[in-house]
Design a protein around this ligand. Structure first.
Ligand SMILES: Nc1ncnc2c1ncn2[C@@H]1O[C@H](COP(=O)(O)OP(=O)(O)OP(=O)(O)O)[C@@H](O)[C@H]1O
Length: 263
């Protein structure tokens, strides 16, 4: 893959700091993702991997630095050449670039599968009922859930719920898909069906994917780049075969060997 240049970058963190009280979770972080790239973040539990995604989804704010998404500042707005904190309207506009699939699915329990997938396109994008339904059917078909369109989340397995979660994210037509440990809440026998859907999406070259996972074998299969995150920074990054077979940093080696020992 060619070296990135400025205009290639669909996500760019520059010097981003995020703390909870005294606990620094992102420490002057620099990080970027190219358009169409599939990037996996790995690292110890509690290190801040999900925080990276939650900040992108504007679910958590930042204390310092600047993030650009699709060339526009995410948490800021440019006014008279200066970066000011973003308004709610700006955040709403920026959110449309991204869709997120959550560890715990986060489906609306009181809505059917169909309504879960049509709700945001109708409310946020202003699609008509018919258009939203047509779009939902397309993505429910893609994740193999069409026949369950009239069911409620409680009537579905975890794997099925997560596939609906993926259809729901896709129905907003995001340029970037964020996956936050999408299989870690699933029983082992249900992991495969969700990974299969993600693998299919990853084969689409125009979609940018940023994935946090503990599924190392899967990360290896689908990623263009794997980034090891620890103690507020990316310690090491590279092509999957480099990171998994020839990690350079001691911390990466220790993480991977403890991980392989555990699983
Ligand atoms: N709202 C919050 N208030 C205080 N601390 C928080 C909050 N959210 C996250 N943290 C802390 O920030 C750190 C990073 O959390 P994060 O969920 O990003 O880690 P992670 O690497 O994704 O972990 P895991 O792999 O276990 O999901 C953790 O120590 C967590 O306890």
């Amino acid at each position: 893959m060619s070296e990135s240049n400025q205009s290639d970058k669909i996500i760019e963190f520059q010097n981003v700091t995020k703390s909870y009280g005294d606990h620094v979770v992102l420490d002057a972080l620099d990080f970027s993702v190219r358009r169409g790239e599939k990037v996996t973040i790995i690292g110890p539990s509690g290190s801040g991997k999900s925080t990276v995604l939650r900040i992108l989804m504007t679910l958590e704010d930042i204390q310092d630095g600047v993030i650009h998404v699709a060339g526009k500042p995410l948490w800021h707005e440019e006014k008279n050449g200066q970066l000011m904190p973003a308004s709610e309207a700006h955040l709403r506009m920026m959110r449309k670039e991204m869709g997120m699939v959550f560890q715990q699915f986060n489906l609306f329990p009181h809505m059917t599968v169909m309504r879960n997938v049509t709700e945001a396109p109708r409310q946020v994008l202003g699609l008509s009922r018919d258009k939203a339904k047509k779009r939902a059917l397309k993505y429910l078909d893609l994740v193999g859930m069409t026949e369950h369109a009239d069911k409620f989340p409680s009537q579905l397995s975890g794997g099925q719920q997560q596939r609906v979660g993926i259809a729901r994210a896709l129905a907003m037509h995001p340029n970037i898909l964020l996956f936050d440990e999408p299989t870690s809440a699933l029983d082992p026998e249900l992991v495969g069906e969700v990974l299969q859907v993600i693998e299919h999406l990853a084969s689409q070259h125009d979609l940018t994917i940023l994935l946090v996972t503990h599924e190392m074998q899967f990360a290896r299969q689908i990623s263009d780049r794997v980034c090891f995150f620890d103690q507020g920074k990316f310690v090491e990054e590279g092509r999957p075969e480099e990171i998994f077979t020839e990690p350079r940093e001691e911390r990466t080696k220790a993480f991977l060997s403890s991980f392989l020992g555990d699983h």
